[in-house]
Design a binder for this molecule. Sequence first.
Ligand code: AMP
Ligand code: MN
Ligand code: MN
Length: 316
Amino acid sequence: MNTIAHTASYLANHDNFIIIPHRSPDGDCLGSSSALLLALRSLGKNARIALPTPATQRLSFIWDESYEWGDFEPEVAVAVDVADTYMMLGLYDEIFAKAKSTVCIDHHATNPAFADVNCIDATAAAAGEIVSEVIEAMGVTLTRDIAERLYVAIADDTGGFQYSNTTDRTHRIASKLFKSGIDSAGIMKALFATHTKAELELLKFVTARMEYHFGGKVCLSWVDSEALSASGAEMPNADAWIGLTRSGEGVEVGLMFKLISDEEIRVSLRSNNYVDVSAVAKKFGGGGHVRAAGVTFSESFESAKAKLLAEPEKLV
Ligand code: AMP
Ligand code: MN
Ligand code: MN
């Protein structure tokens, strides 16, 4: 595994970068990627971001057209917050595998260290913490634009500093970001307390469909095309309500099933205190963190659900 210092000097010694976040980009990968892009550009380098799938409206305030990958030959490809190569979808073959050299900056314990330079730290609450330290080690001035993006990254993956991944390091970094004049309250409101009407309509389906298993220790819900068309929401809106599946009193594990198609079911797993959901996800080919993980099944909802509920000893 490579250190922050090594990664910083590696980046400082190259000039043309393509940065790749994971599919369905969240605040951590988009905030970290855009902060890294601005930091590299401030050092006079070329940097672009290639998105495996488009960013949602929720995060448009940290995105700019000028970041988009265009006509430009990258030298170094940098994967950010990408737990495994398949999380880059087709961009893995199209860009990452073809780059002269590769870097991975990540915080998923299940990451197999797939790059030439691997800066992976599973104790970091967000990739944004690692990117903050890499940027600092490169001697980049923390502008408000960079700081706000790093703050989005860290706030998103810690649920606004609520989750158990939040540490003194998280707060130390956040404190430095504050000193760059960020609008913390505005960012928190945008990330956690602003919903489209369609997203709120979708919430009715999410709560109405909640099922409890194993004496109330596991709670699941599901979003399908019917819920989406009735509410006017899109599948990424379901992410706003994943946390609710583990919020019931006495619930240890929350599962949100996203029915992408008849044979593609994406499941988000969350736990509160003791279940390692990354181990559960890994068993079915997915991965993630101890308290937040994901897995995709190529089968029906009923069959994916039966598989996940088949081994209660792993879930409760
Ligand atoms: P999600 O439920 O999609 O928000 O994902 C929770 C966490 O698990 C995030 O850190 C994801 O990057 C990670 N994750 C989701 N799906 C997978 C997967 N198939 N393989 C590895 N990590 C994943
Ligand atoms: Mn992420
Ligand atoms: Mn992350």
